[in-house]
Design a protein around this ligand. Structure first.
Ligand code: ADP
Length: 203
């Protein structure tokens, strides 16, 4: 069971991937999250994340391969944030072959630009435990994390300017990836403006 989740910023990939991974009992692998952890020890990655730029393929490919090789991925995983360009889709195929795995389905989530902006500007993250809250899932403790009580913050890349850049980058790179998976007959496109549970009911 290997699901690849595609979609521009704020299409709800993170939330929907998390729910799907719980439902299926397989890990949720987010390359954004892997990179945020790596950025604590690497100033170059940190700088790129803050600017909303993509991390170079050799760096992300290596980090991802290490993660997918771990035992908890043996029965599958939900991949979120990767591939972001055709080269990465091809690199993923090579990783799958090496690990004797095969992608089950690629799911593209779509929302209008207006919904993307509303979601991003309303999104907050816990700097301590990493839990994220948004329009669909606000914290029961207002500005504080309902898991650990830490004051919630806005991610440094959740600004209007960076969001515009991230949407443009997604549109530029995603078309060849979508064509590639469509030709292989494993692409499903889903309207992600509804509540996450409703979206996942049709997967
Ligand atoms: P979003 O979906 O809102 O862009 P993510 O958490 O998926 O947020 O990614 C945050 C940042 O991490 C991206 O803007 C980019 O800099 C970096 N990143 C994540 N995945 C990749 C990838 N596959 N290739 C290169 N950079 C990546």
């Amino acid at each position: 069971m290997i699901y690849v989740m595609l979609g521009g910023p704020a299409t709800g990939k993170g939330t929907r991937s998390e729910i799907l991974s719980h439902k299926l009992g397989i890990p949720h692998i987010s390359t954004g999250e892997i990179l945020r952890v790596a950025s604590e020890k690497n100033a170059d990655i940190k700088q790129k994340l803050t600017n909303g730029e993509l991390i170079t393929d050799d760096v992300i490919n290596e980090l991802l391969y290490i993660r997918l090789s771990k035992d908890d991925c043996k029965n599958g995983f939900v991949l979120d944030g990767y591939p972001r360009k055709l080269d990465q889709a091809l690199a993923l195929e090579a990783m799958m072959r090496k690990l004797s795995m095969e992608i089950t389905e690629v799911i593209e989530l779509v929302v209008s630009t207006q919904i993307a902006f509303d979601r991003v500007l309303g999104r907050r993250e816990c700097p301590s435990c990493g839990k994220s809250f948004g329009v669909d899932f606000p914290s029961t403790k207002g500005d504080y994390c309902d898991e650990c009580g830490t004051k919630l913050i806005r991610r440094s890349d959740d600004t209007e300017e960076t969001l515009k850049k991230r949407i443009d980058t997604y549109q530029k790179w995603s078309k060849p990836i979508l064509d590639y998976y469509m030709k292989r007959g494993i692409l499903k496109t889903i309207d992600s403006s509804n509540h996450p549970e409703k979206v996942l009911a049709i997967i």
